[in-house]
Design a protein around this ligand. Structure first.
Ligand code: PLP
Length: 389
C-alpha cells in the first residue's frame, strides 16, 4: 500500500457527522456539497429509469444520450466543439481525475499543481506513482499562476499540469488572456493540461467563464474534467465526465472496464434530466449559491473587523487566520481542531490546500447554518484570543 493521507475535507466532514450522530449540533462549513433539493427534472428521469425494473450493466463509456448531452452542454456554455465520442461518463469528477492521471502518467513523472489546490490532487498523483510538484500562486497576484510559473517549475520529468478554473478553494476565475498565456507555455514545454472545470457553472455577478476547451489551437493537449456534483447540485449521484480526444476516451473506457465497469444507470438518467435543461437547472443552483455567498460575506463582515470581498466563483471563502484576529503564525490545523472542539464548527485548514495560515469555509450550506456557524466562529475566536481556551 502506498502511504496516503485521507482527504482532509472528507475526514473533517466525518468528525462533524460523528458529533451529529451523538446528538450534538454541528455547523458544517467543511464539505462543499451544494445542499439543495434535487431539481424535479433530475428526479423524474431517475424514477422513470428505476420503474423500468431492470438493472443491466451500463455501457462502460456512458449511455449515448448522456454523452451527447454533455458534449452539447459544454459546446453551448463553454464554446467547445465536442461530440459524443469525445465524452466519457465517470463516477464523479474525482474518478475522472484519477483515471486520467493513472492512464497518462509513468512512474516518477511529475505533475505541476498550482497551490492553493484542491486537496485530492497530490494524493491522486502519488497513487498513480507520479510526483506532485507544487507551484505556489501568491495572494498578492490574486492567487493566479502564469505561463512564467510553468517555465520556473518544469523539469525533464514534467508531464501534466492540473489547472483548476474556477478554483477551489480561492474562487479565482481566469481571463481569456491569462488562460491563453498558460496554454501557450504548456505547449512550448510539451505539457498535457488537465483542466478541472467542475465549477464552470458557478461563476457569479454576471462574469463570463472561459473554458480551456475553447482554444482550438490547443485542442490536442487539453483534457477537461467536468461534473454534475456542483453545477447541478448532484454530488450524491456521482456523475462526472472527461472530455478529450477520441483516443484518450477509448483508453479511459478500457481503464473503466477494469475498475468501475461504468456508472450507475439510474444516476446517468438523473444526469440526463439535468442536462436536457442544463441552463434552467444550473440557474436554480447558481442563484441559490450566489445568495448564500452574499449572506456569508455580509454576515462575516458584520462580525469581524477585517473585511472580505465577494468571492467570484465556486462555493468557498479562503480566509487568512489574521483576518479573524488569530496570529498569522498559528497553524491552521490546530485552529480548525480548536473550532470543532470549542464551538462545534467544522472548517478545513489551509495546509490541506498546500498553503498555511488560511482556513476554507464552504458557504454551500443552508442560510440558517451559515449565519449560526459564523456566530459560533466569532465566539470561538474570542475564546482563543481571550486565552479562555
Ligand atoms: N475538482 C474539484 C476542484 C473539486 O472541488 C471537487 C469536489 O469537491 C472535484 C473535482 C470532484 O467532484 P466530484 O467527484 O463530486 O464530481
Amino acid at each position: 500500500m502506498k502511504v496516503l493521507t485521507a482527504s482532509a475535507t472528507v475526514s473533517i466532514n466525518g468528525m462533524a457527522m460523528k458529533k451529529r450522530a451523538n446528538g450534538e449540533r454541528v455547523f458544517n462549513l467543511a464539505a462543499g456539497d451544494p445542499v439543495l433539493e434535487n431539481h424535479p427534472k433530475i428526479i423524474q428521469k431517475a424514477v422513470a429509469q428505476a420503474e423500468k425494473g431492470k438493472s443491466p450493466y451500463p455501457p462502460v463509456e456512458g449511455i449515448p444520450e448522456l454523452r451527447m448531452l454533455a458534449a452539447e452542454w459544454m459546446n453551448a456554455s463553454c464554446r467547445t466543439r465536442y461530440q459524443k465520442e469525445n465524452v466519457l461518463v465517470t463516477c464523479g469528477g474525482k474518478f475522472a481525475l484519477f483515471a486520467l492521471v493513472c492512464s497518462l502518467l509513468q512512474e516518477d513523472e511529475e505533475v505541476l499543481i498550482p497551490a492553493p489546490y484542491w486537496v485530492s490532487y497530490p494524493d491522486i498523483v502519488k497513487m498513480a506513482g507520479g510526483k506532485p510538484v507544487k507551484m505556489e500562486a501568491a495572494s498578492p497576484n490574486g492567487w493566479k499562476i502564469s505561463g512564467k510559473d510553468l517555465h520556473q517549475h518544469v523539469t525533464e520529468k514534467s508531464k501534466i499540469l492540473i489547472f483548476n478554473n474556477a478554483c477551489n478553494p480561492t474562487g479565482v476565475v481566469y481571463t481569456k488572456e491569462e488562460i491563453s498565456d498558460i496554454l501557450s507555455a504548456a505547449k512550448r514545454l510539451g505539457l498535457i493540461v488537465i483542466s478541472d472545470e467542475v465549477y464552470s457553472g458557478l461563476v457569479y455577478d454576471g462574469r463570463s467563464y472561459i473554458s480551456c476547451g475553447s482554444f482550438p489551437e490547443h485542442k490536442e493537449r487539453i483534457i477537461i474534467v467536468q461534473s454534475c456534483s456542483k453545477n447541478f447540485a448532484m454530488a450524491g449521484w456521482r456523475i462526472g465526465f472527461v472530455l478529450g480526444s477520441e483516443s484518450i476516451i477509448r483508453r479511459l473506457a478500457i481503464l473503466q472496464t477494469q475498475s468501475t465497469t461504468g456508472t450507475s444507470l439510474i444516476s446517468q438518467w438523473a444526469a440526463v434530466g439535468a442536462l436536457e435543461d442544463a441552463d434552467e437547472v444550473n440557474r436554480y443552483v447558481k442563484d441559490q449559491m450566489q445568495r448564500r455567498r452574499d449572506l456569508f460575506v455580509h454576515t462575516y463582515n458584520s462580525l469581524f473587523p477585517t473585511q472580505i470581498d465577494a468571492i467570484p466563483s465556486a462555493l468557498y471563502a479562503f480566509v487568512p487566520l489574521s483576518a479573524m484576529g488569530i496570529q498569522a503564525t498559528r497553524d491552521s490545523t490546530a485552529f480548525c481542531e480548536q473550532m470543532i472542539a470549542l464551538e462545534n464548527i467544522a472548517l478545513v485548514p489551509g495546509n490541506a490546500f498546500g498553503v498555511e495560515g488560511y482556513v476554507r469555509f464552504a458557504y454551500s450550506e443552508s442560510e440558517e447554518e451559515i449565519v449560526q456557524a459564523l456566530h459560533a466562529l466569532k465566539r470561538g475566536c474570542e475564546r482563543l484570543i481571550g486565552g479562555k481556551a
